[in-house]
Write a protein that binds this ligand. Structure first.
Ligand SMILES: Nc1ncnc2c1ncn2[C@@H]1O[C@H](COP(=O)(O)OP(=O)(O)OP(=O)(O)O)[C@@H](O)[C@H]1O
Ligand SMILES: [Mg+2]
Length: 302
């Protein structure tokens, strides 16, 4: 069987609200805020990211095109990405899904796991390397000012250190601007939220989340604040030292108070978001007896 057939079959059999009950049993290896990352038996060596978001094929194609461009730009900027393939699955009675198959990297190489297995000196080296990778994006943006501007979500869980190679793996949300114009249509992503929440998201938070990853200071604050979620808050002061040393000229130093404030807001946003999604899943699957398209995480310790 080829990959397309395998994934079509997978998509037909998947029960997203209870993946463990479906006959295809994805092995879940990670959760993002929107997508869930899993492995499947019949295609070994790949991590799959599934975005069941699209009503029309053309929208999925557009997303795919943007995804490819984004990866190409990141590579041009000098970042190392794992090999990948994309597949669009369009079968009856379900939304069109965009799949990214990304070469699977060892789970203990992923940043937020790795820091629990190496000493502080090594963590410092790792963080300096990550910050230097992120800096390549700001440099790329400066060199291409007026034509291309890339965003990056630099959180620790988006990096993997394999041997001497530092990979950036979180490419599934291709946010970039061409001549100042955002290329990602947020509508399909909004679909991952229940209908009743959409207008709130639109009003208060979409802009914020979509813009933060273009902003050098915010990307770093996000990186530091995320260490709370990863249960490693004690690393924040040294992280800020590394960041402040690497800040572009003219930017204000980042202080810990700013990180704390940011984290409180961010935690609230995502906790609310997830609990609304779970409520929505409950209504759809238990009350309306319908299919719910997303695989959601259990309780996340933040
Ligand atoms: N290629 C890979 N190999 C091994 N593990 C991976 C790979 N890609 C992702 N993962 C695991 O899944 C987690 C989430 O992946 P990723 O960062 O790509 O999703 P996400 O983009 O954060 O999701 P979202 O955009 O919906 O928030 C990673 O932190 C990692 O643990
Ligand atoms: Mg991520």
């Amino acid at each position: 069987m080829n990959e397309l057939r395998i994934l079509e079959d997978f998509e037909k059999k998947l029960i997203p609200h209870a993946p463990e009950k479906s006959s295809v049993r994805p092995e879940i290896i990670g959760y993002g805020e929107i997508s869930t990352i899993f492995k499947i038996d019949s295609i070994k060596g790949y991590a799959f990211k599934r975005l069941p978001l699209f009503k029309k094929r053309e929208n999925a194609l557009r997303y795919e095109e943007n995804y490819k461009k984004y990866c190409e730009f990141l590579r041009k900027a000098g970042l190392t990405l794992p090999e990948d393939k994309t597949i669009i699955i369009d079968i009856k009675r379900t939304p069109i899904s965009f799949y990214i198959a990304q070469k699977e990297l060892p789970s203990n190489s992923i940043g937020n796991k790795l820091i629990f297995n190496i000493d502080v000196e090594k963590i410092k080296i790792l963080f300096s390397r990550i910050i230097k990778e992120i800096k390549k994006v700001w440099e790329f943006n400066k060199d291409n000012a007026g034509s291309v501007e890339l965003s990056i979500d630099g959180q620790l869980s988006n990096w993997a250190l394999v041997g001497e190679k530092l990979f950036f793996i979180d490419t599934s949300t291709p946010l970039f601007r061409l001549e100042g114009k955002e290329q990602l249509d947020p509508e399909p992503l909004l679909k991952s939220a229940p209908g009743f929440l959409k207008w709130i998201l639109k009003l208060f938070f979409l802009e914020d989340v979509m813009n933060r990853y273009y902003d050098e200071r915010l990307v770093y604050i996000d990186f530091a604040a995320n260490l709370y979620k990863e249960q490693k808050a004690e690393l924040i002061p040294m992280t800020l030292k590394i960041i402040n040393k690497n800040l572009s000229e003219g930017l204000k130093r980042i202080e810990i108070e700013e990180v704390d404030k940011y984290y409180k807001e961010d935690k609230m946003i995502w906790t609310l978001f997830l609990s609304f999604r779970k409520f929505d899943r409950f209504i759809k699957t238990k009350i309306l007896r319908k299919r719910y398209e997303f695989i959601l995480p259990g309780k996340i310790k933040r």
